[in-house]
Design a protein around this ligand. Structure first.
Ligand code: HEC
Length: 200
């Protein structure tokens, strides 16, 4: 009797060790994959995206650049949160906590060389936080919102595919314009360095 109790106890112990090993293997082998693809592969609700819609950016952020895309008739407006802009006056490194918003507008030709924005279509947001360490994106995560603030996509890979080209500018295409805006106190203007496909 005592022997059977002892054997069943031993069996129970062995089975629980087995379950513990299987479980830790499952989590260990899946978490690096999650890091590789960013933070989400499934459409997420706005509440689930770590990059929140900055509803007050028009009042609280500073406009630092306008980029015309003449081939596709799109104007892009870039904004940065004020504390990060202030911090850039003292140091060239973009600080943790930076939020950058890019508006894209349809546009028509004006009288001069510049395009004239006609309608706001999309908001692209990138946010940098120490410790995020997203594969091929440094510490930046991204989200794409409609102008009303609903989340269109937070798939990281679609943004990383292009922004990795400017890894040496901390993954920001308009970093030179941002630094010039900090130095001069004036928003910068440029045409896109790229073709039609980039601009929507
Ligand atoms: C096809 C390439 C491409 C893809 C994909 C792309 N971007 Fe960009 N992004 C650019 C370019 C190029 C600029 C600079 C403006 C310009 O030249 O039109 C830019 C600029 C930005 C900026 C302003 C800061 C900066 O880097 O200059 C933000 C914010 C931004 N993109 C967010 C996003 C988000 C969010 C996604 C994914 C949903 C995304 N981008 C996907 C090419 C891309």
């Amino acid at each position: 009797m005592k022997l059977t109790t002892w054997i069943s106890g031993l069996l129970l112990f062995v089975v629980s060790i087995g379950i513990a090993i299987a479980f830790s293997h499952f989590t260990a082998s899946y978490s690096p994959l999650a890091a590789d693809v960013g933070f989400s592969q499934t459409p997420a609700s706005a509440a689930a995206s770590p990059v929140q819609f900055p509803s007050n950016y028009r009042q609280q952020f500073r406009h630092y650049a306008t980029v015309d895309c003449p081939n596709s008739g799109v104007v892009r407006q870039m904004y940065i949160d004020r504390p990060s802009l202030e911090s850039l006056k003292a140091s060239e490194a973009v600080p943790s906590g930076t939020v950058i918003v890019m508006e894209t507008h349809s546009a028509r030709r004006g009288d001069g060389d510049r395009l004239v924005p006609t309608q706001l279509n999309n908001l692209f947001v990138r946010e940098k936080r120490q410790g995020w360490n997203i594969s091929n994106s440094g510490e930046w995560q991204s989200a794409w919102y409609s102008p009303s603030g609903s989340l269109v996509s937070d798939h990281q890979n679609s943004c990383i595919g292009c922004h990795i080209q400017v890894r040496d500018r901390d993954y920001l295409f308009t970093l030179p314009a941002l630094q010039m805006a900090v130095r001069t106190g004036q928003p910068q203007y440029q045409e896109t360095e790229f073709g039609t496909s980039v601009c929507r």
